[in-house]
Design a protein around this ligand. Structure first.
Ligand code: OSB
Ligand code: MG
Length: 371
């Protein structure tokens, strides 16, 4: 890999509708993109950090600072000695604590560059075994139950094969009951609390048991593995961890403790696609199914997620929705829903390319980081 430098690019992309979770409301994506510029090709990495540190401790400005100040020198050192590969860079970045989303963005840009150079797709590189993946959709907290039912009806009409409802205290049992009653027992349905409860809510959360949910995602704080293990013994709904799973080792620990029986894999949360594949592998070895989470990605991040979701142990539909669920216009060729599935790109690297003119239009800042 012959790298000239990295470009940091910030874009502002409005969402088609506000997305409310237990930690806040997003109305637009403020995305940091990393463009790795080589001699003959370039690669892209999307940083999934949000504007504010409400999902995890990272945020967009902080990620940009970590990249320019601490990650770039590691990239430059390896490049200078002619030893720059993605696995070596991943190991070198290990000495910097935390900041998995910043690391993932840089590693993904370089992986995309090297795969484009060798003509290999992300799917082929990661070990994809399916040409398409089933798509679920994550439905935010709404202003009323009728508004929620309208939203779910719309997504179901488009063909989404699984619905995930965001929940929080005051928006849980009634919302789930209303959706179950309206759409029937066959609807694949799950909920995501984004850490909004405590173990003291176990009796309340057990009231979700009659609704046959696929899983409840991250009910308790991210560092409360013992609480999740205790909760899992008190409710029938399978517990699935998102925020808590920060590495393959964290996944192994959570499984060993009985804190999770399904795992949401988000590459940004674990520091990139190599570690995401290790999470997949350790879950597979333990008989724990996984699914691919999402962070409201543009087509660039989505392309890599969809490739990852095609690995064998991704046996549940992911939050890998079509582009139009998020944006009126995506920055790449859009991902579309076809029979409830999205296609895994087959071209070199991510297999999608941002539209340069549109990208320029929505860019709020660029910064060139020479090696
Ligand atoms: O917890 O899964 C989550 C979006 C932003 C931050 C956290 C989460 C989400 C989602 C949306 O649920 C998933 C998607 O990209 O469709
Ligand atoms: Mg989640």
């Amino acid at each position: 890999m012959n790298l000239r430098g990295l470009e940091l690019r910030r874009i502002a992309l409005p969402l088609v509708s506000p997305f409310r979770t237990s930690f806040g409301t997003e109305t637009a994506r403020d995305v940091l993109l990393v463009r790795a510029v080589g001699e003959a090709a370039e690669g892209w990495g999307e940083c999934v950090a949000m504007s504010e540190p409400l999902y995890s401790s990272e945020h967009v400005d902080g990620a940009a600072e970590v990249i320019r100040r601490f990650l770039l020198p590691e990239v430059a050192a390896l490049a200078k000695s002619g030893e720059l590969t993605v696995p070596r860079l991943e190991a070198a970045l290990g000495r910097i604590k935390g900041h998995p989303m910043a690391k993932a963005a840089v590693l993904t840009a370089l992986l995309d560059l090297s795969l484009r150079e060798s003509g290999t797709s992300f799917g082929a590189y990661l070990g994809a075994v399916r040409p398409t993946v089933p798509a679920g959709v994550s439905v935010g907290i709404m202003s009323s139950i009728p508004a929620l039912l309208d939203a779910v009806e719309g997504y179901q009409a488009q063909g989404y094969v699984r619905i995930k409802l965001k929940i929080e205290p005051g928006w849980d049992v009634d919302a789930v009951r209303a959706v179950r009653e309206r759409f029937g027992d066959d609807l694949l349905l799950q909920v995501d609390a984004n850490t909004a409860y405590t173990l003291a809510d176990a009796r309340h959360l057990a009231r979700l048991d009659p609704f046959d949910l696929l899983l409840i995602e991250q009910p308790l704080p991210e560092d409360d593995l013992r609480g999740h293990a205790a909760l899992a013994r008190l409710i029938r709904t399978p517990v699935c961890l998102d925020e808590s799973i920060t590495s393959a080792r964290a996944a192994a620990d959570a499984i060993a403790l009985g804190a999770t029986s399904v795992v949401n894999v988000k590459p940004g949360r674990v520091g990139g696609y190599l570690e995401a594949r290790r999470v997949h592998d350790v879950c597979a070895a333990n008989g724990v199914p996984v699914w691919c989470g999402g962070m409201l990605e543009t087509g660039l991040g989505r392309a890599a997620n969809v490739a990852l979701a095609a690995l064998p142990n991704f046996t549940l539909p992911g939050d890998t929705s079509a582009s139009d669920r998020y944006f009126a216009r995506d920055i790449t060729e859009p991902f579309v829903l076809d029979g409830g599935h999205v296609a895994v790109p087959t071209g070199p690297g991510l297999g999608v390319t941002p539209d340069a003119d549109y990208l320029a239009e929505i860019t709020t800042g660029t910064e060139w980081l020479a090696l």
